[in-house]
Ligand binder design. Structure first.
Ligand code: AMP
Length: 291
């Protein structure tokens, strides 16, 4: 596995692969890898000839009072994990390489990033889309893999790729969970054992809302209310938002007949966690389940 730090070298590597006719699969990450990241890399391995992963804790997507300085890092362990899924090259630039002095260009997806996490993290998605645009230009992938864990991020990147004619296929990947349901996240490392138990409220809330959806929800608001009720039973869980939105537009959902994203952001202690579920059974299958 090659470890590459400079943008120039990374691009030369990718151009050489393209010249050979190889298909490049790319998985961008902020490191401190877990099974969720590895699932993306395995799929890249399956679908591409050359697999490139990046490890970069992107400063521009963190707000001034967020956890940039203490974001967990362990590059050696990350490399060992990436070896096990046969990643070919790791792009690991430093911040000065990505943002040289004088940089002043941003990529911003407007509407899709207004609500949900965009509301509480101003500038976050602008940082994400800018760094992903740069990473695409540097690594020149044919395919790029993103987890549905960060659903709004996935939608924003799909929009950016369509709007700016990036020649890359975005492959969405399902959320990987711990055995007890907690969505895997590098930030789970912040949780102490008590908080780790409380954090289960997020996935439990989604499961309760899913039951509601299948059996007796009348409106999207019923789903959000069901999830909220579960979260509110845990005094250590501070809700940031619980929303049922249209899974395409991320606007407030108006009907149960269209795919709905039920998304949660909450703090457990000082740790901000997100989780979501897409509910997309057709009206017919909902009727059948009820029968
Ligand atoms: P991050 O390192 O948190 O920026 O995540 C890098 C990529 O891994 C993003 O596309 C995430 O959506 C994805 N990812 C993170 N956690 C999970 C998970 N539990 N299941 C699936 N994908 C994930």
């Amino acid at each position: 596995m090659e470890i590459i730090n400079s943008a120039r070298e990374m691009t030369l590597y990718s151009e050489a692969a393209r010249m050979r006719g190889a298909r490049i699969g790319f998985v961008p990450t902020m490191g401190f890898l877990h099974e969720g990241h590895l699932s993306l890399m395995r799929e890249a391995r399956r679908r591409a000839d050359v697999v490139i992963a990046s490890v970069f804790v992107n400063p521009t997507q963190f707000g001034p009072n967020e956890d940039l300085a203490k974001y967990p890092r362990n590059f050696e362990r990350d490399c060992a994990m990436m070896e096990t899924v046969a990643v070919d090259a790791v792009y690991a630039p430093d911040a000065a390489e990505m943002y040289p002095p004088g940089a002043q260009t941003w990529v911003e997806v407007t509407e899709l990033t207004r609500g949900l996490c965009g509301r509480s993290r101003p500038g976050h998605f602008r940082g994400v889309t800018t760094v992903v645009a740069k990473l695409f230009n540097i690594t020149k992938p044919h395919l790029a893999f993103f987890g549905e864990k960060d659903f709004q991020q996935l939608r924003a990147i799909e929009r950016m790729v369509a709007d700016l004619n990036f020649d890359v296929e975005i492959v969405p990947m399902p959320i990987v969970r711990e055995a007890d349901g907690l969505a895997m996240s590098s930030r789970n490392a912040y949780l102490d054992p008590h908080e780790r138990k409380q954090a289960l409220a997020l996935s439990r809330a989604l499961m309760v809302a899913r039951e509601k959806y299948l059996w007796d929800a009348r409106t999207p608001a019923d789903l959000a209310a069901a999830a909220r009720a579960v979260l509110e039973q845990n005094e250590a869980v501070k809700i940031e938002y619980v929303e049922a939105v249209d899974a395409e537009t991320l606007e407030a959902a108006v009907s149960l007949e269209r795919p709905i994203l039920l998304a949660i952001a909450a703090r457990v202690g000082n740790t901000r966690l997100i989780d979501n579920i897409v509910l997309r059974a057709s009206a017919v299958s909902r009727e059948r389940l009820r029968a």
